[in-house]
Design a binder for this molecule. Structure first.
Ligand code: FEO
Length: 399
């Protein structure tokens, strides 16, 4: 994609990554892709804000050259040091050795660690402004959104906030870069939620503090480093992030995340009965096969819903390992205070349920009941499973 003018003298340049399979080496993006957005601010002085990952730096340089010769750059702003935004720094630096790198004090240390760069670096303070001529760049520290060194950059003439990871999402750009040009905004919102829970959720406190801190700034455009540029309704993505961050301290909305795994179909039979019980109520439910679904896709449901039904067999006296992985990831993302119930089949020894309870102790999940059967569930067991599903759904409906 060519460089695109966001506001007079401010250009989006960016890379649509449709070939990386795993973002951060963990999270699947084969289907959705991701964009690494950067921006050029052109005035008497010229600034490049955030970069791209190393693998795509060739196209990135072409885009810069659509607007200017890199040798004309005065500043390179590094809002955040994660290599999806700094991978191209070595090559850009060779082409623009005169440009001063602007970053926080913590990022300066990381610049040395990642790139061995110590010269031509200027630390900017929280709230500091640097003039570009008519335009200016103002910097606000937003620690842990996403790393401790992170800041955002604000251009006050055109009222553009370059937010880096904040307000970003998965999803390669589908031709249009602006929210008002986008025919499938639901795709971006869904992928923004998945990105939020995968990448940012653990830092929801810092997200809320950053939103509060930036609340007094007049923002016309939110220009994040992943996903859509919000110029029609920048408040929408801010409200969504605020809403998602609040789940860190709330038990979630009434709803069921039903996660199951099955070795020979016995627990799956129970799952269908449990789901049938839940379906007798009006409560929303999402069902995931833990062995076949990456936790990236399960976490948004766990994050936003208050009820968890876990169906898993016992495997070698322990919880079915794919379910263990999901619950460990819930621990990592600190999905706390959910209500849960267990069902599952075992062959020669139980053990799965006690592992569920143990794994979620740090999360303070309340396990309200468990149904363990040996071997194939009988018709009576399946009736009990159906009743369990209905009872659980009615319980969590009450909050
Ligand atoms: Fe998009 Fe935390 O990097």
């Amino acid at each position: 994609m060519p460089a695109i003018e966001v506001k007079p003298g401010i250009y989006w340049i960016g890379i649509n990554d449709r070939t990386t399979d795993l973002f951060e080496g963990i999270w699947p993006i084969t289907q959705a892709g991701v964009s690494y957005n950067s921006y050029l601010v052109m005035d008497q002085k010229k600034a490049l804000i955030d970069l791209t990952r190393e693998a795509q730096e060739g196209s990135f340089l072409d885009q810069i050259e659509d607007v200017l010769d890199p040798a004309e750059l005065d500043y390179i702003v590094l809002n955040h040091m994660e290599p999806d935004h700094t991978g191209a720094l070595g090559r850009i630096r060779r082409l623009a050795p005169q440009a001063t790198i602007l970053c926080t004090a913590k990022a300066k240390d990381m610049l040395d660690a990642f790139f061995g760069i110590t010269d031509g670096v200027q630390v900017v303070g929280d709230g500091e402004t640097i003039s570009l001529g008519n335009k200016a760049l103002q910097f606000f520290a937003v620690p842990f959104v996403h790393w401790p060194e992170t800041m955002v950059t604000y251009e006050p003439c055109e009222k553009v906030l370059f937010a880096c990871d904040a307000f970003g999402g998965y999803g390669a750009l589908r031709g249009a870069i602006f929210d008002d040009q986008c025919a499938d905004i639901d795709f971006y919102i869904q992928e923004s939620l998945r990105y939020y829970v995968n990448i940012v959720a653990r830092f929801s406190g810092p997200v809320l503090r950053a939103i509060d801190k930036l609340g007094g700034i007049d923002i016309e455009v939110i220009a994040p480093s992943h996903g859509l540029v919000w110029r029609h309704d920048p408040g929408r993505i801010v409200s969504l992030y605020q809403h998602w961050a609040q789940y860190a301290t709330s038990p979630g909305d009434p709803g069921v995340t039903l996660i199951y795994g099955s070795m020979y179909g016995k627990t799956e039979e129970m799952m269908n009965a449990v789901a049938g019980g839940v379906a007798k109520t009006d409560i929303p439910m999402e069902i995931f096969d833990a062995a076949r679904t990456h936790s990236s896709y399960i976490l948004p449901s766990l994050w936003t819903k208050n009820g968890v039904l876990v169906g898993a067999p016992t495997y070698e006296v322990s919880l079915f390992p794919p379910m263990t992985q999901v619950l460990e990831m819930a621990n990592h993302k600190r999905i706390k205070n959910r209500r849960a119930a267990y069902f599952g089949s075992y062959g020669w020894s139980g053990g799965a349920y006690k592992d569920c309870v143990k794994l979620t102790e740090p999360l303070e999940w309340e396990w309200v009941e468990a149904l363990e059967v040996q071997g194939r569930p009988s018709r009576e067991d399946l009736h009990r499973a159906e009743d369990l599903g209905e009872r659980f759904a009615n319980l969590i409906t009450k909050g």
